[in-house]
Design a protein around this ligand. Sequence first.
Ligand code: FUB
Length: 452
Amino acid sequence: MKNRLTLTIAIALFSSIVMANAQNPIIRDQFTADPSAHYFEGRVYVYPSHDIPATVDYARKDWFVMEDYHVFSSDNLVDWVDHGRIITQNAVEWVQPNSFQMWAPDCNYKDGKYYFYFPATGKRVNGQRPDGSIGVAVSDTPYGPFVPEETAIKGTFGIDPCCFIDDDGQAYLVWAGGGLVICKLKDNMKELDGEPVRIDAIPRGQTEGPYLFKANGKYYFSFPWVEAERECLAYCMADNPMGPYEFKGKIMEQHADVCWTNHHSVVEVDGQWYLFYHHNDYSPYFDKNRSVCVDSLFFNADGTIQEVKPTKRGVGITKATSQIQIDRYSDIKDTCTDIQFVNADRTFDGWKVILYNTIQEREPIWVRYNRVDFGKDKLNTAVMKVLSLAGGKVDIRLDAIDGPTIATFDVAGNPGWVENKIPMSDFKPGVHDLFAVMTSGSCIQIDWVSFK
Ligand code: FUB
């Protein structure tokens, strides 16, 4: 109880709350990639890397630019707290200043301490790179402050560390370097215990970003893998953490668009498994500025993993009283609809859904957003942020395209965005899927819907 109170006070004092009015991506005010998610102390903590646009004097404008790490947490997978910067490159003794290569990290907990593992470019000493390319920083809490060790972990050579701790307390570090490798960690969590072993069940094709986890007694060694043009997510299974592993197939297909990388982690929360991954949602034309997403993951009875399809809606329940971003839809009519940025020059402002009509169209034009919680107490007012030059009508219906209508917006023609506020015609408590259905008009753009 005391710990939780302390955590609540710490969050209030030192963190900025990310407003949770959209689902994927889950972090909506900065670029985040390579998410490593863990369940610590009743919250999900996500340790991503942090893409930034190239600084003026950084030569490679077309590459990853990363100078620090933030950590984020949530107790409902919807509202995310940014605990701020936990490590920055120029404050780590062994890291080459201004090298901007703080790639995919991970964190884990053992015997009262949190260990944050991160790769970086090491300082040269007498022209030689240091022994080790992965560092560790230690903290008493999952959100820091983390104190980095002065040297990298000797014997590490590569990127993308993941730290797995088995039920018997034995810790393992896996990373990408000369293939995907695994090595035991000593009890101090700061030194390798033995020689790294290469996982040999990996199919041909470029790999990186390994992640090791255990579910129902089986070990899963998963990784981004270039089978075709870009990285999909794939996995092997074994009965022991060191293997032998057997390749099982894909967890997620390569992205359908230009995002070349993917990088993931898998975590169980209250009996449900989740896949955290990334995609360049807020940067559609430059895939080195990425954003973290989450979707549910399911196992088959034989322990194999069902392929996860990336969604906009993501996971969790959205409060009816929040600004419900229906552009992060669960489903949408495949004609007469479109999704665009509200402002293409400020992509973190998010998206809008466009419903438009054609002479040929005979069917209702709709978008569906699942799992909206209306609570128990009656709500009276519906609000929709809307833009329509010629006006029209939009029904908000529950659970089906022709389900009960709870509000009908009579949108007047207007050249700018307006918050249209109307009395609700009906109220149904509990969790419902929400449909916005355009019943008349030629074109209506919706930013969000909310209820009071
Ligand atoms: O974020 C930089 C690199 O891109 C990561 O280390 C790789 O896994 C890939 O996601």
